[in-house]
Design a protein around this ligand. Structure first.
Ligand code: TRP
Length: 331
């Protein structure tokens, strides 16, 4: 049997090029080598999203994103976290093997505590237990399927360490029941700059969306920050925010030629932006159409997600049986 790679895509809205290059594309490629599982941690989102319509819509957007980008539901398995009841059963079991101190030190929680303290508020002001135990639920997401590899961004590295720690603690008590997963972190694509040169991120408001209509892609592309060198001036491609994105979408020959043009002089930023825009259109037009079709046909998304959940539960069930036996609640 193939090893398992599992990816969780937080339902947090329309994806941008940074998401695409940093995580969506590499995760989709995993389906070639592994049994790939893709899921939407909708119950994780409940720690912050309190509008039912919004939660449902964001979940559909995440599912449509995967399918539009080429996830083949006959190969990769795509499902909603909330459709797998075993996840929540395992989360409880794991919580009994998670040191509270480990969660006290988890970045997401600790940041809010530190902010509260800095502002003179009570430490745990506005923090719900779901937020606090978020890493335990994430550990359950991963360990329930005997996952070997988890592609994540650097921001999730600590969560993976917690997952491993909890799994090792469990195994220490009961033997090798849980598979110890490994994080797969690709540093070379982690640093896609946004249009202002900082890391591309919704919270910086510097993103280029992938499924938006062409004019909403062109606008941010035109606003990519450059220096004020004239076309005839020689330039360093490694310092150019346009080139940093372009290199991921043009073929190798075009990238090499462009690099030379930067170095020799003769490259106009305006023309370079136009070329980048056209490459993005070529890359995403069909995918955007597919995305829009899916978002207008949520029944089909429901079908895909339900089929995925059945397949996922078939992988999870025997592992949950082992866990229940191991702890002694069943024989
Ligand atoms: N915490 C992840 C994020 O913020 C989302 C997530 C939840 C996840 N469960 C997971 C990612 C399991 C990988 C594996 O992006």
């Amino acid at each position: 049997m193939k090893q398992i790679a599992l990816t969780g895509l937080k339902p947090s809205g329309a994806p941008h090029i940074g998401n695409y290059l940093g995580m969506l594309k590499p995760s989709l490629e995993l389906a070639e080598k592994f049994q790939a599982l893709y899921f939407i941690p909708d119950y994780h989102a409940l720690t912050t999203v309190r509008d039912r319509k919004q939660l449902a819509d964001l979940t559909y957007q995440a599912a449509a994103t995967w399918v539009a980008l080429g996830l083949n539901p006959d190969e990769g398995i795509i499902y909603r976290q909330s459709d797998i009841p075993e996840v929540f059963e395992l989360a409880w079991v794991l919580s009994c093997f998670t040191a509270k101190g480990l969660l006290n030190r988890a970045h997401a929680y600790k940041t809010i505590v530190d902010d509260n303290i800095a502002a003179g508020r009570e430490d745990d002001k506005n923090i719900n237990i779901g937020l606090f135990t978020y890493p335990v639920l994430m550990a359950a997401d991963i360990l329930l399927f005997g996952t070997h590899f988890v592609p994540v961004g650097l921001d999730q590295q600590q969560h993976l360490e917690i997952t491993r720690d909890v799994a090792l603690t469990f195994n220490k008590n009961y033997g090798d029941v849980l598979t110890i997963p490994e994080a797969v972190i690709r540093k070379e694509v982690m640093t896609i700059p946004g249009i202002d040169g900082r890391k591309m991120s919704k919270s910086y408001n510097n993103v280029i969306p992938i499924f938006a209509p062409p004019d909403q892609v062109l606008k941010p592309v035109k606003r990519i920050v450059t220096d004020s060198k004239r076309p005839e001036d020689p330039k360093d491609p490694e310092e150019c925010n346009i080139f940093a994105i372009y290199r991921h979408f043009a073929d190798a020959d075009a990238v090499a030629a462009k690099r030379q043009l930067y170095l020799d002089g003769g490259l106009a930023y305006g023309a370079m932006k136009q070329e980048l825009f056209e490459l993005l259109e070529a890359a995403f037009t069909d995918k955007r159409d597919r995305y829009n079709v899916l978002m207008n046909n949520t029944d089909e998304l429901d079908r895909i997600l339900e089929t995925g959940a059945e397949k996922a539960r078939a992988i999870a069930a025997p592992i949950m049986v082992q866990v229940r036996k191991a702890v002694g609640v069943s024989t």
